[in-house]
Design a protein around this ligand. Structure first.
Ligand code: SF4
Length: 250
């Protein structure tokens, strides 16, 4: 364990715990767009910038991947931190000014007239979609391509990827809502990845409930009861409840 100070609070933490996790436990909110506790930190949006004083020297670091160290003093709202975050928000606006989450941050930090203009991209290149697809789903269907101003996230060669199982994890985590997912007439469509996947119907109620490819993917990896792949969560819950109720009558 190490002892450190965050915004005047002296805390003990496991060595190397990311500062953002310690701050969260203290109820200190640090803004971020690219961090998720279940994924490897990436430190790309830089919104979680905080000031760390170590051996008398202060510097700006990203709280999502800066590890707890003995004796450091962390400021999450110093003048220098706020100035850095405002600059980052201006840069984000210059790329994605229409994204609600960025507009809200601009409002919160009083960024009214961004100096670098207002762009109309929808992706901030936070990489959450790429990381969830690789680290959690394990499909590796999307990745970063190109460099510099052409850098983007896409499927290989910009064509529908065979690897995509249509699970939608990328869409659920996208902070700017850039990945649109629609379930229409028995098909899941993810326009950004040019992907269409048929949905499985529940054998009880007949409603579509998950992409067939996703169910096959899980089936091949986990030894789960067949009904998980045939029946929707609602019908499964109902069926369990009925079974439990029937036991009560024995
Ligand atoms: S929907 Fe496709 S691209 Fe998105 S996380 Fe799932 S497998 Fe990856």
């Amino acid at each position: 364990m190490v002892s450190l100070t965050i915004d005047g609070n002296v805390v003990q933490a496991e060595e190397r715990t990311p500062l953002i996790k310690i701050a969260e436990k203290l109820g200190i909110r640090i803004p971020t767009l690219c961090y998720h506790p279940a994924l490897e930190p990436y430190g790309t949006c830089r919104l979680c910038t905080v000031e760390v004083v170590k051996k008398g020297r202060a510097r700006l670091v990203t709280a999502c991947n800066y590890p707890a160290e003995e004796g450091i003093v962390v400021h999450t709202k110093s003048e220098r931190v706020i100035k850095a975050r405002k600059l980052i928000i201006e840069l984000l606006l210059s790329r994605c000014s229409k994204a609600k989450v960025i507009q809200e941050l601009a409002e919160e930090y009083g960024v009214k007239e961004p100096r670098f203009g207002e762009g109309d991209e929808d992706c901030i290149l936070c990489g959450l979609c790429v990381r969830v697809c690789s680290e959690i789903v394990g499909a590796n269907a999307i990745s970063f391509t190109s460099r510099g101003i052409d850098r983007e996230v896409s499927t290989p060669f910009h064509i529908a990827s065979e690897e995509c199982i249509g699970c939608g994890a990328c869409a659920y985590l996208c902070p700017t809502d850039a990945i649109k997912l629609e379930d229409i007439k028995g098909t899941r469509k993810i326009e950004r990845w040019d992907t269409s996947r048929p949905l499985q119907r529940c054998s009880i109620c007949g409603n579509y409930f998950a992409p067939v490819a996703q169910l096959e993917y899980i089936k091949n990896r986990l030894n789960l009861p067949e009904e998980i792949f045939q029946n929707c969560p609602n019908c499964r819950r109902k069926s369990y409840a009925e079974q439990v109720a029937a036991l009560g009558h024995i």
